[in-house]
Ligand binder design. Sequence first.
Ligand code: MTE
Length: 315
Amino acid sequence: MDMPNRRPDAVPASEITPEAVYRQRREFMRQGLAAGLGLVAGVPPLARARELPAGGYPSRDFSAGEAPTDWEDATRYNNFYEFGTGKDEPAKKARRLKTDPWSVSIEGACEKPGILALEDLLRPHPLEERIYRLRCVEGWSMVIPWLGFPLGDLLRRFRPTSQAKYVVFETLHDPEQMPGQRWPVLQWPYTEGLRIDEAMHPLTLIAVGMYGRQLPKQNGAPLRLVVPWKYGFKSIKSIVRIRFQERQPVTSWMRAAPREYGFYANVNPTVDHPRWSQRKERRIGEFFKRDTLMFNGYADQVAGLYRGMDLRKHF
Ligand code: MTE
């Protein structure tokens, strides 16, 4: 993302995370803790060490057989402004983030709001691997094998009411752990939103892992959104709050630059960013640019969501 007040930021060597650290597979859903805690009001019980259940996930390729981006690129070239605006900063600084314990608050227009420990939030949902293209608004793209489950399955558990026209997501706000939040490059916490039908669409994923491993912190641990037909900035990382509401939210990027970043942010090669074309993209790891596809190549599945809408106006 390109912001006018970009901040130069030196990285002390002491903050460089050794590769072994983010390769380490931490424990994701401890047996025993999983037993029937269900929804809790107030502060959730402390979550302990977590483990991704052992491999063998069903895998589906939504990238038309493309080779996944190298792990090194996917985990060292990141946008996560909470850790700085440089692409290499999240990998170096995100280890400060404490992802265990973690809880998520579900609020607003639903019958069963609550604050859930991460384990309780995830427990009912079997994980699957989905290989998706991710197209960043800046003009680069990757192919990532995510581990996750459909967001809609999660949302339905909280029984959204008829007033739930939109779903709003927020990232953790804690400048102690997220030093980038000390600078007003965006209004914190990072906020994103989807229309309820977009949120319920079967392609919309909650990801807790990638490449068969637990999600690295710089990629949004312990849980993030993945909306493959939208520009990458919709795929909000390290979520702590999910709210159902009637009015369309103003997201962090809309607030920062309303003429440049719209609410919908569907990948669309025919609508330029005011400062650059969106016709082509550079797949990380490749030399030549390739054509950007309408809805990032997922038009067959999602174009119907926008039938009758002027996508120049609703960019
Ligand atoms: N989520 C938060 N909280 N903060 C961010 O700065 N950047 C977004 C998105 N989610 C961002 C975020 C952008 S611009 C992109 S392109 C993707 O994360 C990048 O995800 P990746 O680093 O896993 O490739």
